[in-house]
Design a protein around this ligand. Structure first.
Ligand code: ATP
Ligand code: MG
Ligand code: MG
Ligand code: MG
Length: 469
């Protein structure tokens, strides 16, 4: 089953159950300064859940483009390392705004996955989780759907207290949230990993395919949880993950959507092994970069633009790692338009623009990439222990345009970490020098601020939470 057919089947199934098909919204959340990028299907419905916006329907279904490259849901560091995480992906979702609740949501999901009219996934390959104290959801799965209790896992308070666990979904630090019930697919014993809730759950064997969130609360900035006007449902299933299941492959990178991208990337970088990790990163990143450009983001030194720059520079660096010294990344916009242009005509309409924006970034980074890598290699040759010194990390950032996460990415490949305390110190000294010189042109404290938003903490996390990474 092709990805496009799965997408169509999902929309059609829920339409037949009285859901209105709603088009994907922009990756830039409209009027929501708390969120960096649209990271789930529910984002465009946030105000509907809160009761502040009314729609002519109480049931909706969508295939939403999502980016998770910063903020609460950030998978940038997972790309290239897991078979299931992308910076850009499509989320299939059905929604109930005060209409149906747990029982119907669970039954719909099960029917779509297992029935002979739909995906026909063998039931014994599926595992489910429920929030620790959600007996209602547990009983629906066990007694009504008939999932054997060995494959129903309660997950919750073990990971940092009530309402703060994997089975309590939240869009961001504030906003609609609630307990959830997730469905996992077992890719079989040839893949490493353990069932949800086990110490080995982080592998790619038991892959989470679908999250059913029972939206019940609105979390405010001070942490209080207020009940929503009406209990609602928000679900999300990664199209690429369900495609891997339906196409009988164990990695998202082996599904149809990625084949021509990987081939184009291989051709541009003269790489023969299509499973090469850098190729996968490049194929992933062209999707997020192109879609972000379509939605109006351009590479810059702050906020959303800086996240885009970070993604682009990572892709460019991976090309360089494959021996590519000429600009190559922009050329992949054509392969992407061929692959996804039917579903997203903007890719064709804006192909020239996307190509131009990426090429400009490649040309700019080309000016410093080689020199920066030489500096980094010298530091690596000289490294004491497992930590790259903060002054080098800062100079790579400040002089050579290496975002810290890019340096960290290279370090990780060598099993090394960055001295973030030293980096902070070097940054402080630079700021003092700039002030002493009366130059306020570059405000280093401001480079990553997104106006009014509270959630984007990708960089702050680097600097304050994990001092060494
Ligand atoms: P995981 O635990 O695997 O990181 P998640 O719990 O963060 O996933 P949700 O926020 O529950 O994911 O999102 C709903 C669904 O979207 C997931 O069940 C999965 O199918 C899909 N999904 C989430 N993150 C990604 C990603 N980075 N790339 C591709 N698909 C994703
Ligand atoms: Mg995740
Ligand atoms: Mg999860
Ligand atoms: Mg989840």
């Amino acid at each position: 089953m092709k990805s496009a057919d799965i997408r169509a089947a999902f929309l059609g199934f829920f339409e037949s159950k009285g859901h209105s098909i709603v088009p994907s919204s922009s990756l830039i959340p409209g009027n929501d300064p708390t969120l960096l990028f649209t990271n789930a299907g529910m984002v465009q419905f946030k105000d509907v859940f809160l009761g502040d916006d009314k729609r002519p329907y109480t049931r909706a279904v969508s295939s939403q483009r999502c980016v998770r490259a910063g903020g609460k849901h950030n998978d940038l560091e997972n790309v290239g390392y897991t078979a299931r995480h992308h910076t850009f992906f499509e989320m299939l979702g059905n929604f109930s705004f005060g209409d149906y609740f747990k029982r119907e949501a669970i039954f719909y999901a099960w029917e779509f996955l297992t029935s002979s009219e739909c995906l026909q996934i063998p039931a014994e390959k599926l595992w489910v989780t429920v929030y620790a104290d959600d007996t209602e959801a547990y009983d629906i799965w066990a007694k009504e759907v008939g999932v054997p209790t060995e494959r129903i896992i309660r997950i919750g308070d073990n990971k940092g207290g009530k309402y703060n666990s994997d089975n309590f979904w939240a869009m961001g630090d504030t906003g609609p949230c609630g307990p959830c019930s997730e469905i996992f697919y077992d890719h079989g014993e040839e893949v490493a990993g353990g069932p949800p809730g086990s110490p080995e759950e982080d592998g790619d064997r038991y892959i989470e395919i679908w999250n059913n969130v029972f939206m019940q609360f609105n979390r405010s900035a001070d942490g209080t949880m207020n009940p929503l006007p009406k209990p609602s449902v928000d679900t999300g299933m990664g199209l690429e993950r369900i495609s891997a299941v339906m196409q009988h492959v164990h990695s998202n990178y082996e599904i149809d959507l990625f084949q021509s991208l990987l081939k184009a990337a291989a051709q541009e970088t003269h790489t023969s092994d299509i499973t090469n990790q850098s190729l996968r990163v490049i194929a992933d990143h062209i999707r997020s970069c192109a879609f972000l450009v379509i939605d109006g983001v351009v590479p810059s030194n702050e906020g959303r633009g800086y996240v885009l720059r970070r993604i682009m520079r990572r892709a460019i660096r991976h090309g360089h790692k494959l021996g590519q010294t000429q600009a190559f990344f922009h050329k992949l916009a054509a392969a992407l338009a061929d692959e996804m242009g039917d579903a997203y005509p903007e890719l064709r309409e804006q192909q020239a623009h996307i190509t131009k924006v990426i090429l400009a970034e490649e040309e700019q980074f080309a000016k410093t990439l080689d020199k920066g890598l030489t500096v980094l290699e010298a530091a690596l040759a000289d490294v004491k222990g497992k930590i790259i010194d903060g002054a080098t990390v800062f100079s790579l950032y400040d002089t050579y345009g290496f975002p810290v996460d890019l340096t960290a990415d290279i370090a990780r490949e060598r099993g090394l970490q960055l001295d973030m305390d030293g980096y902070d110190k070097a940054m402080d000294e630079q700021r003092k020098r700039a002030r002493a010189a009366g130059s306020f042109k570059v405000d280093y404290s401001d480079t990553l601020k997104l106006e009014g938003q509270t959630e984007f903490d990708g960089y702050k996390t680097l600097q304050t939470k994990s001092k060494v990474r």
